[in-house]
Design a protein around this ligand. Structure first.
Ligand SMILES: [Zn+2]
Ligand SMILES: [Zn+2]
Length: 386
């Protein structure tokens, strides 16, 4: 067993209790006041210099050792989801409708556990910034931290982040070079027509029917405009229009989720959605207004930093516990904003074992991965800040 694993082992019981306490008290994006306070208190207790208030509830903690000039940033997300838990665990959420259904309680605990070990041993040479980010599930907490000056106040030479993944064996490490998580854009299309009586269509422009035509036409973008070698999805998740059977509606609102694994394909999708919606509407004498509500970039891992991250895993666990070519996912992750601002970094997955997928009401973070994942952050810090 690696010396770091041995060094952390005696603290795991306490960190498991800490994780379960976070799980019982989930908080949604930008409302993580209790979580943020607990995190900041722990870090101060360990001897970090702690900065609170970036992106409202974000926390950045800094520890220096030696006179090394290199600076490393490690990031964890801290928020929960607006959903009802039915995991049946004794430490289940105590707040109805809020649930750590993605394991960010675990990511927070992993980074704190590593923080404690690193402060106790200080076996590195340089500056370490630990970034606790709010509102990942809104897919813009990372962006707001950057807008609040994260990388100006705390410049980092390299940045790393991780996520647990159900279905992958407990404590296995999964890496991928280049694109790993898809971009995610929310687009709203509002169709304006002319309302009227359901029996007199010739006097109207039916916004509901135009929205339906747009929804069908949008499905030609991935099939006819995007190369078959690229991955892309356009989902029309909502069309809202009208209440009564005998009224032709003057307005319809469509809500889209748009994903891809290539920044250029992402731009193509957004451009074509705008063109198709506006021109389809025009062909029916209606008007479509297209609004880009929110967007998160493709998460792209740096090749050299991924190699480095793999080498750290090889030192910690057996080769059979490591996957160096994990499949890309069409889900999204707003750590992508940080890697977009500083591309020198990587994101990895740690197996959560069998059980329900993240965002499923039955999901729970597996406390068995606190030890290997925290040891991984410690060794990565010691190797990056040699
Ligand atoms: Zn999630
Ligand atoms: Zn998550």
């Amino acid at each position: 067993m690696h010396a770091i694993l041995q060094g952390i082992q005696p603290t795991i019981k306490g960190w498991t209790a800490f994780r379960r306490d976070l799980h019982q008290h989930p908080e949604l994006g930008f409302e993580e006041h209790r979580t943020s306070r607990l995190v900041a208190d722990k870090l101060r207790e360990f001897g970090y210099s702690v900065h609170q208030g970036l992106a409202k509830t974000g926390v950045v903690a800094t520890l220096k050792a030696g006179d090394g000039k290199k600076v490393l940033g490690l990031r964890a997300d801290i928020d929960a989801l607006p959903m009802v838990e039915n995991s049946g665990k004794s430490w289940a959420s105590q707040t109805d409708g809020k649930f750590h259904g993605c394991g960010h309680d675990g990511h927070t605990t992993i980074l704190l556990c590593a923080a404690e070990y690193l402060a106790r041993h200080r076996n590195f040479n340089g500056t370490l910034h630990l970034i606790f980010q709010p509102a990942e599930e809104l897919l813009y907490g990372g962006r707001v931290m950057l807008e609040d000056g994260l990388l100006e106040k705390f410049p980092c030479d390299a940045l790393f982040g991780l996520h647990n993944m159900p279905g992958m064996p407990v404590g296995t490490f999964h890496f991928r070079k280049q694109a790993m998580m898809a971009s995610c854009d929310t687009v709203h299309i509002t169709v304006f027509g002319t309302g009227g009586h359901g029996a007199i269509p010739e006097k109207t422009v039916d916004a509901t029917l135009v929205a339906c035509q747009i929804a069908v036409a949008l499905q030609t973008i991935v099939s006819r405009n995007v190369t078959p070698f690229a991955q892309a999805v356009i989902t029309v998740g909502s069309i809202q229009s009208g209440e009564a059977p005998n009224i032709i509606n003057e307005k319809a609102v469509m809500k889209l989720s748009v994903r891809s694994l290539d920044p250029q394909v992402r731009q193509l999708l957004l451009k074509r959605i705008d063109e198709v919606a506006r021109l389809q509407a025009e062909s029916f004498n209606a008007v479509a207004k297209v609004e880009h509500i929110n967007g998160c970039p493709v998460l792209i891992n740096d090749d050299a930093q991924t190699e480095f991250a793999i080498s750290v895993a090889r030192e910690l666990v057996d080769e059979s516990q490591i996957c160096t070519d994990a499949p890309a996912l069409m889900g999204s992750e707003d750590f992508a904003f940080m890697l977009e601002a500083n591309p020198n970094g990587a994101y990895l997955m740690v197996g959560n074992g069998p059980g329900p997928m993240v965002h499923n009401p039955g999901y729970d973070f597996n406390d068995e991965i606190i030890l290997p994942a925290a040891a991984y952050w410690c060794l990565l810090t010691e190797r990056y800040l040699q």
